[in-house]
Design a binder for this molecule. Structure first.
Ligand SMILES: Cc1cc2nc3c(=O)[nH]c(=O)nc-3n(C[C@H](O)[C@H](O)[C@H](O)COP(=O)(O)O)c2cc1C
Length: 330
């Protein structure tokens, strides 16, 4: 394994490298999260991806087996609709009972959640696409924040600011460690984030082509042909911005949205997570489903083990850091 690149986030989480793999709906399961942990990074299982509590429990056990007992994380995404959060407390209790002590929280005001997690001596990394909301999470006790720019695959919120600018704005505003996500897929970007005085990166899209991601090979092969124009942001008009692969479903959603869709119900099955899971992730039909993806997929060149991607990121980051250091001597 590459020599460690230590920052405040690596010390906080007890990991070797300042790289976090953000939670991925349907995809961040035990195998993927264990691959991150075994590569010296941190990953987060998404409980919402499993059809039952029992299945989530099995995943927690499998992840412990695959990591040989090393710590791993769980993602808890809060909705603005209280009824949609009923299961979060159950998942939290299950994760704590299993011994998980690292959580990535995301979504609506996590104040009570942070309090509950701290009472259980857990570490909270709160992910947000808004500096203002991330500062509120810091005030509520978050131990670290992950700031994600508008390039992020998935739900970048209503934020219009790009990742690099968010990082530059964040650097003097936070007391706790800050990692930056959205559009990151090269080691030189990791070096740039560290050069800004921040603590690390959070990655989703770039890792989708790793061998350990449980998506159909045809989808991964399609991702290798994608470039920086292959994703699109939809549903801004409903306040639910979603960055996804440009495919048939995205085009249909775009048409319905432009025709003045007033709420999510109008989109029916097109928008449902099951469509993405069953048609694309399970069967490789990448034209079907809203498939969260950001433009950093342009950096993916082959399907390979996650540890190879991480090793390349680190090697390039080190080379960039050395290059910056040599500037001083010229
Ligand atoms: C396929 C996919 C699914 C995602 N699902 C979730 C999720 O369930 N919860 C969450 O907090 N973030 C989710 N995200 C966001 C990622 O955790 C991460 O913040 C994002 O991918 C970082 O930006 P990048 O895609 O440009 O690397 C998802 C992203 C992708 C690409």
């Amino acid at each position: 394994m590459a020599p460690p690149l230590r920052t405040r986030i690596t010390r906080l989480l007890g990991i070797e490298h300042p790289i976090l793999g953000g939670g991925l709906m349907w995809l961040s399961d035990a195998r993927y999260v264990a691959a991150l942990v075994n590569a010296g990074c941190m990953g987060f299982i998404t409980p919402r991806s499993f059809h039952s509590d029992e299945a989530f429990g099995n995943e927690l056990r499998l992840c412990s087996d695959l990591t040989g007992g090393r710590p791993f994380g769980v993602n808890l995404t809060l909705s603005s609709r209280p009824e949609a959060n009923a299961a979060v407390q159950r998942w939290l209790d299950m994760a704590l009972a299993h011994g998980v002590r690292i959580f990535e929280t995301a979504g609506h005001a996590p104040v009570e959640l942070i309090d509950t997690l701290h009472k259980a001596s857990a570490i909270v990394v709160h992910k947000s696409s808004s500096i203002r909301h991330a500062l509120s999470a810091e005030r509520a006790g978050a131990d670290a924040v992950a700031l994600v720019g508008m390039e992020e695959g998935g739900h970048p919120g209503t934020n219009e600011l790009p990742t690099m600018l968010m990082g530059a704005l964040a650097v003097d505003r936070f007391r706790v460690p800050v990692v930056l996500g959205g559009g990151i897929g090269r080691g030189r970007q990791l070096a740039a984030v560290l050069a800004q005085g921040l603590d690390g990166v959070l990655i989703g899209s770039r890792f989708l082509v790793c061998e350990e991601i449980g998506a159909h090979r045809r989808y991964k092969e399609h991702l290798l042909n994608c470039d920086e124009h292959s994703t699109v942001r939809l549903l801004q008009s409903l306040g639910n911005t979603w960055r996804v692969l440009r495919n048939d479903t995205a085009r249909q959603i775009d048409e319905i949205e432009r025709a003045g869709a007033a709420d999510h119900a109008v989109f029916g099955e097109l928008i449902s997570g099951q469509t993405a899971r069953d048609h694309c992730y399970a069967n490789g039909d990448w034209q079907r489903g809203m498939l969260s993806l950001g433009p950093s997929i342009a950096f993916a060149k082959r399907i390979e083990p996650l540890k190879s991607i991480v090793a390349d990121l680190l090697e390039e980051a080190r080379a960039s850091i050395a290059c910056l250091s040599s500037l001083e001597q010229e």
